[in-house]
Design a protein around this ligand. Structure first.
Ligand SMILES: NC(=O)c1ccc[n+]([C@@H]2O[C@H](COP(=O)([O-])OP(=O)(O)OC[C@H]3O[C@@H](n4cnc5c(N)ncnc54)[C@H](O)[C@@H]3O)[C@@H](O)[C@H]2O)c1
Ligand SMILES: [Zn+2]
Length: 309
């Protein structure tokens, strides 16, 4: 298994022809837009629908049909959904096969292609099944040229998370730095956190901020992941403020930042009930990573309802 320290991130142009000898996995839209096709290409469904155990099984059968050995490299060209699914399949096929992520969405470039988390959804729970599988990444910013506004906005939701977590990212954002620079800084910060805590036992948990409420809203409303994370940040900052963890000024600032860029959806009890399935929960309590320190906090569900509704 490759360790987090062995992973290389390069910023260069992706040419599918250079990978003609590799097994490439992508989705239907990317295959069409970028002419990624041929015998060595496997096409997954678009978006979150890719993230199923059935698709992982089909991919593993395809790897077996192609008689891939663990030394060979699979190339995942796509957003977080492709990356999470292919990463999962690569981590279990013959106990692990080498993988290169080629992220094609803003969200995948700034966040999901780095850090080794894989996962598929199961029984209505996001990422219920998953593994750690560390992989190299090749970032080609030209993919952003074809991304629609909704997906760009979703990516900005995870970028907002990095602004909240890291002063350098926030500084660049305030200086109107080019998006490429912002992405590079998110990657740098995530890489450093993952090196300190590869398996999410302490510091890396901060990356889950906004995700407890966010995942619940994503499932209930079917909104893109990053938009849900931004909404999650909006509500979790309020939670932190009401619990006395952060000042009114801090809470007001970040809630305004969310409102400037995203539609804020109202919360319902039914939606919040989905937080009861969160992977960070234990002892009947709901787990959060709350600002400003992003420590892990466990709260009774009723207390969450009282504060947020
Ligand atoms: N593993 C991790 O660390 C991690 C981190 C954050 C999010 N995620 C996961 O990532 C998933 C979301 O990924 P996403 O936001 O990248 O979206 P996505 O992979 O679901 O893709 C969204 C849509 O964008 C299209 N698309 C992708 N690249 C394109 C391009 N260059 N041009 C035009 N269209 C393009 C796809 O075909 C798809 O229809 C969620 O399941 C989330 O849980 C994982
Ligand atoms: Zn996320």
């Amino acid at each position: 298994m490759k360790s987090v320290y062995d992973c290389k991130i390069t910023f260069e142009k992706f040419d599918p022809l250079r990978y003609a000898d590799n097994s490439i996995v992508t989705d239907a839209l990317l295959s069409e837009l970028y002419g990624i096709n041929g015998d060595n290409v496997y096409i997954l469904p678009r978006g979150e629908r890719a993230k199923s155990l059935d698709n992982v099984a089909c991919l593993c059968h395809w790897f077996a049909d192609r008689q891939l050995s663990p030394q060979e490299r699979v190339v995942a060209v796509g957003g977080g959904s492709v990356g999470d699914t292919v990463g999962f399949a690569c981590s279990i096929y013959k106990r692990g096969i080498d993988l290169l992520h080629v992220p094609t969405t803003l969200l995948a470039m700034a966040d999901s292609a780095v850090g080794g988390k894989t996962g598929v959804d199961c029984d209505g729970v996001k990422n219920l099944l998953g593994t750690y599988w560390f992989a190299d990444a090749l970032v080609d910013f030209r993919f952003l040229d074809t991304l629609d506004d909704i997906q760009m906005q979703s990516g900005m939701g995870e970028v907002l998370k990095y602004r909240l977590l890291n002063e350098r990212v926030q500084c660049l954002y305030e200086q109107n730095a080019p998006l490429e620079k912002l992405i590079e800084e998110c990657i740098l910060f995530k890489t450093s956190l993952c090196r300190e805590d590869p398996f999410c036992q302490n510091k890396r948990n901060s990356l889950n901020c906004g995700h407890t409420v966010g995942h619940a809203m994503e499932l209930a409303l079917g909104i893109p992941h990053g938009v849900a994370v931004a909404n999650g940040i909006y509500y979790e900052v309020l939670l932190a403020n009401k619990l006395g963890y952060c000042t009114n000024k801090y809470a007001d600032f970040w809630r305004e930042e969310v409102k400037k860029q995203f539609c804020v959806y109202p919360l319902t009890q039914e939606m919040l009930r989905l937080t009861l399935q969160d992977k960070k929960n234990s002892d009947g309590l709901v787990g959060f990573s709350l600002p400003p320190d992003f420590f892990s906090v466990k709260l009774p569900f009723d207390a969450v309802l009282d504060i947020l509704l």
